[in-house]
Design a protein around this ligand. Structure first.
Ligand SMILES: Cc1cc2nc3c(=O)[nH]c(=O)nc-3n(C[C@H](O)[C@H](O)[C@H](O)COP(=O)(O)OP(=O)(O)OC[C@H]3O[C@@H](n4cnc5c(N)ncnc54)[C@H](O)[C@@H]3O)c2cc1C
Length: 506
């Protein structure tokens, strides 16, 4: 059993009675109560102009999740999208990059087949084949999503929307007023001052449609996107150098993760220059020269600019209509309300983790909030994070440094994947680091899980339950993990933290 909770109780409230409305199956009374709540809006006269319950501006992860959940709850929804429903994640982000990473994994398997006695070699990469595989995955998911949107009877308006205030969005002269509005216009790839995108200098968007494998690449930025592309191109045979101004790769992660991935990248022949700033880049006929602050320069076929993503809020009318803005982002309270009544914001335009599943969760939250279900506030720290490179980095909760800042005393353990049978079968190095609040004598719950290794992204589901349910090492240690799986390493790490390591030295 879990010892008494030292703080405010589990991060996920498991004690709440099940609300039938959350199943999407509303009774007549529920609808009547809901309509009364919406009609009690302070701007009562304006509700007469309302053509829909919810107007969603932007059909990406955040926007379409809000639309789908609201429709499921019986609200009428109008969603405005100027490109393709699915947004960055489906068309230019998560899905196509992960297809590339899978192709990269297959290439590595072919290249290293002899290590497991399989006669194979990598003949080469046919980028048109890779791209058609990638595009096929995206197309199939896009078709499915369109079908889902249609089946939920969501009105999709194609065009560029501008928020004009009074819970109204204008598209090509036509106004759509909702009882509530969700702003979900997403993000764009940033560049640096003086660094124009074009030709051999590109962002992830152009890199995703490349029709060849470059011989030499410089990747500017050692965050998630930079590291993933570096990993893909290296597997495809390119010489890759990452340039990162911060002292380490994946700098948002626990320092231990950075060390692990840097070691793995060194082994893979991926070069990186950390703690050095970019100064400029010049394109020639057949190459691009990248100049660095320390006076050195790098030659490459192309330069990938992966220095982060900015909020897509220019020319949206937000500021003009009175939405408070902060460096382009839309500030919200914990219930995702902007400063304007009935106007919410979700996804990448809200400062914080720029992740699709955060957008989904926020979209669902707002739909339920508007429907009057009073959903539980999202704990940003409890959102899992995965970098899908080879090896993967997966984490949830606080880094050791953050935990020390919050709790003072913390204890940690690292379980080396060398002791895990499945990881050895996969021939992957890495480990699992746990951070718990309190010292060995006063152990608190696990407040951070950090993992590096092939396929550890798949372990983050269990990790996020541990964090979000404020589990103690003892709670997890008594759970039985199947042998031989990598989840066993997860169990072993908790056994070690609980003071009873099995397959661990020391
Ligand atoms: C290369 C790359 C890889 C990524 N990989 C992952 C990953 O593996 N896992 C993960 O969780 N996240 C990943 N992300 C991040 C993820 O894609 C974003 O966090 C997510 O898409 C944000 O959702 P959103 O709804 O806020 O914005 P978006 O998905 O950008 O959607 C916004 C939508 O609004 C539309 N729009 C904008 N302005 C207007 C307007 N004025 N009128 C009408 N429509 C408008 C846009 O066309 C777009 O469709 C990745 C991103 C990139 C770039």
């Amino acid at each position: 059993m879990m010892p008494p909770q030292p703080e405010c109780g589990p991060r996920i409230d498991t004690s709440r009675p099940h609300d039938p409305a959350t199943t999407g199956k509303w009774k007549d009374d529920d609808h009547a109560a809901h309509a009364a709540r919406l009609d009690a809006h302070p701007d009562d006269e304006e509700t007469t102009l309302t053509d829909t319950d919810l107007v969603v501006l932007g059909g990406g992860s955040g926007g379409y999740a809000a639309a789908l959940r609201a429709a499921q709850l019986g609200l009428t929804v109008t969603m405005i999208e100027n490109d393709k429903v699915g947004g960055t994640c489906l068309h230019k982000g998560c899905i196509p990059t992960k297809a590339l990473l899978h192709a990269a994994e297959v290439a590595d398997s072919a290249r290293h087949g002899d290590a497991v006695g399989v006669k194979s070699s990598l003949e080469g990469i046919d980028m048109s084949g890779v791209n058609s595989y990638k595009d096929g995955v995206v197309a199939k998911l896009y078709k499915g999503l369109q079908g889902l949107v249609k089946s939920r009877k969501i009105t999709v308006v194609e065009g560029t929307g501008r928020f004009v205030g009074d819970r109204t969005v204008e598209v090509d002269g036509q106004r759509y007023t909702g009882k509530a509005v969700v702003l979900a216009t997403g993000s764009y790839a940033r560049s640096l001052p003086g660094l124009d995108i074009g030709g051999r200098i590109m962002t992830s968007e152009q890199a995703l449609t490349l029709d060849h494998v470059p011989d030499r690449v410089v990747v500017l930025g050692g965050g998630v996107i930079g590291v993933e592309f570096a990993s893909v191109w290296r597997s495809f045979g390119a010489e890759v150098t990452i340039v990162e101004a911060l002292p380490r790769l994946v700098a948002a992660e626990d320092e231990w993760c950075s060390k692990q991935i840097e070691r793995a990248f060194r082994k893979r022949g991926i070069e990186f220059r950390t703690g050095v700033k970019f100064v400029g880049a010049e394109q020639g006929e057949s190459n691009v020269t990248v100049r660095l602050e320390d006076g050195s320069s790098l030659e490459a076929d192309l330069l990938l600019v992966a220095v982060g993503r900015g909020p897509s809020t220019a020319d949206t009318g937000f500021a003009e209509a009175g939405v408070t803005m902060d460096r382009g982002f839309v500030p919200t309270d914990e219930r995702l309300r902007t400063n304007l009544d009935g106007v919410y914001a979700v996804g990448d335009i809200v400062a914080g983790l720029q992740l699709a599943h955060r957008g989904f969760a926020q979209g669902i939250f707002v739909a339920e909030e508007v429907a009057g279900l009073h959903p539980q506030v999202i704990d940003e720290v409890g959102i899992p994070r995965v970098t899908y490179s080879n090896p993967e980095v997966a984490s949830v909760g606080l880094t050791e440094a953050q935990a020390k800042e919050r709790y003072g005393e913390v204890s940690t353990v690292v379980y080396d994947l060398a002791g895990n049978g499945k990881s050895q079968i996969l021939r992957t190095a890495g480990g699992i680091k746990l951070v718990r609040s309190g010292g060995a004598d006063t152990p608190g719950p696990v407040v951070g899980v950090h993992m590096v290794g092939e396929r550890v992204g798949e372990l983050v589901g269990e990790a996020q339950l541990v964090y979000n349910w404020e589990a103690y090492a003892d709670d997890v240690a008594q759970l039985i993990h199947a042998h031989p799986t990598q989840t066993e390493a997860f169990g072993e790490a908790h056994l070690a933290l609980a003071g009873k390591p099995l397959h661990a030295h020391g």
